[in-house]
Design a protein around this ligand. Sequence first.
Ligand code: WTA
Length: 647
Amino acid sequence: MMTGDGADPTRTPTESIDPPSWFRERAAVSDPGIYETFDREWPDCWARAADLLDWETEYETAFRGGDAPPFEWFPGGELNASVNCLDRHLPERKNQRALVWEGQLDERRSYTYLELSREVNALAAGLRDLGIDEGDVVTLYLPMVPELPATMLACARLGAVHNVVFAGFSADALAERMERADSEFLLTCDGYYRRGDAIAQKNKADNARLAVDRDVDVVVLDHLGEGVHLGEGYHDYGALVKDHEGEEVDPVPRAASDPLFRIYTSGTTGEPRGVTHTTGGYLAHVAWTAQSVLDIRPEDTHWCAADIGWITGHSYVVYGPLALGATTVLSAGTADHPERDRLWKLIDRHAVDVFYTAPTAIRAFMKWGAEHPERHDLSSLRLLGTVGEPIDQRAWHWYREHIGGGDCPVVDTWWQTETGAILVSTLPGVDAMKPGSAGKPLPGIETEVVGPTGDPVATGERGELVVTRPWPGMPVALAEGTGWGEHAVSERHGWRYHPEDAATVDDDGYVTFLGRADEAVNVAGRRFSTMELESAIVGVPGVAEAAVVGADHETTGTAIYAYVAPEHGVDEADLRERVRGAVEDAVGAVAVPEAIVFTPDLPKTRSGKIMRRLLEDVANRESLGDTSALRNPEIVGELQSRTPDED
Ligand code: WTA
C-alpha cells in the first residue's frame, strides 16, 4: 500500500448491516452498554467470564498486576478444566450429546455427556497407571476422532499438559515438538481415512519416537479396527480404557495460571513457537467468547470446522462448546469427499445452529457453486462465523446469502494462537456488521492501530494492530513477561503486545485487517500488501481465489505475480483484463501484476493457508524447498509450467 495515501478502497467497508431483530432478541449478549460497563469496571469486568466456570477454590480478584508483567488472572482460584467441560453438566444434561463425530467413510458416532465423562475417567485412570502425573507434557498425535478431545480432557483431569500436534505433520515435525516440550508420552493411532485413502499414522509416530532423545511411552488407538502390533513401550488405548471401565478419577485442582496445554504455531517459516495457555484465564476467555461472540447455548449444536490440531479447534471445537454444555460436531476428512455437498449434508443432518469456518474454505465453496448448499435444508443455522484470514466482501456476502439464507449474522473473528481466544469481532447481538471488517475489540479488550513510531495512525490509514491491555486468555510467556515481549514494554507506550498484523481502523472503531504486517512487496520503491492486492483481485467476478507474491525484478526490485484460480468455465483472456483493471482501480497502475498466472488451485498447507513462500520460489524459478507440508503437492508442477520466464 502507498504510505500516507489514506484509505484503501478495496478494504474500506462500504456497508453497515444491523443484526436482525429476531437474533438480537434472543442473543446471549444484547446490551449495547456492555462496552462502557467493561471499560468502567476493568479489570473486574472479567469476573463475568470467570463466573461462567465452576471453581474449586474461588479466585481472590479478577486480575493482579501493574503496568508491566507479571500479570495474573484470577489469582487464588483453582479449577479443573475437565470438571468444567463434563462433570458439572451431568446433573442437567447427562443424556444430551456432548459430541457428534462424522467419519470420512460416512461412519457416525456420538457421545452423551455421561458417555464422554465415563470415557475420560477410564482413560485418565489408565494414563495415571502409565505414570502420567500433574504437570507432565503429553503429546497427542491424533486425527479428528472422538478420542482426541477425550484424551485432552483426560490429561486436563490429571493436571497433565496436552501438546496436540496436527496429525498431518511429519515424523520430524512431531519429534521436534516433543523435544521442545520435554514430552515423554505420546498418544497416536494406527491410521485414518482421508479422501477415501487410509493414511498410516503409527509409522510416523514410530519414527518420531526413534528420533526423540528419551524413553517415550506410546498409547496407540486402533482406529481402523484392524489390530495393531505393539512393541515394548507401547500400550493399547482400547485395553487401557477397558481395564479401567467404571473408575472415577478425582480431578486435580489447578491454579488459574497453571498450564492447561501447549501448542506450537507457525510452521510455514521459521522455528515453531511454543505457546502455553493457562487453565483459568484461557478457559474463562474461551467460554465467554463462545457465548458472547458465537452465541453458543447449551441446547445448541455447534460446528467449528477447524481441525483440533490448530488453536481454533482447541478453543471452539473442544473447550468453548463443552464448557458451555453444548453439542460439538467433530468431522473427519475433507469438505469435498465423497461429494462437494458434504458439509451441507451434515448441517442438515445434525440441525447445526452455529457454523464457524475459514475464508479459504468459503472461497472454495464459492468455486464449487451454490448448487451444493442449495440441495440441503440449512434453516437450522442461526449464526455464521469466520476466522483465520481477512474475508473479502464478496466471500462474506456469498456466505451469508448461500449458507446463512440471507439472514444469519456473520461474525468475522480476529485472534491468534497467542491470544487463545477471540479479541476482535462484532458482538452479533449488539453491533452492526461491516462486511470486510472484523469489528471492534471486544468489551474489555483494548487495541490501537499504530504507525512506525508507535503512535496511533489516523482513521483509515494503514498501521499495525497492538493490544494495549492484558486479556484473560493471554499465554504464560506474555503474562510472565518471558517471551515475545522484547518490544512489549516501552517508557512511552507502556505494555503492549504486537500480533504483527496490519490493519486500519474507521471512525466507529472497526478494525479492518490487511494481513500479516510482514507480507509486503516492494515494487519500484513503493510498498504493497499482498493481501490488499489479493482482495482487489478476489473481488472480480469469476475469480475464486488469488495469491500475490513478489518476484525479483531487474528494474523494479520486485515484480508482482498474481496466481489466480478462476471459477469453472470463465474465459481467461477476458478475466485477465478485468483483473488488471480491478487492481488499477483499487490501488493504481503501478500495482498491476507483471504476470497473472491462471491455475486450477493454489498451493495450500494442511491447515488451508496459502503457501506464499512456495509461490515466491516458483515465481523466482528457484528450487523448491520442502513441499511435504502441502495438502496438494500435485499442483507444483502445474504452477511451474504456467509461470512465464522473466523477459
Ligand atoms: C490471521 C488462528 C484477518 C492473522 C485463530 C493472525 C485473521 C493469524 C483473522 C493467526 C481475521 C486470524 N481477519 N486475519 N478474522 N483471524 N487472522 O495463530 O494474521 O493460526 O495473526 O490463529 O491469522 O493465525 P493462527
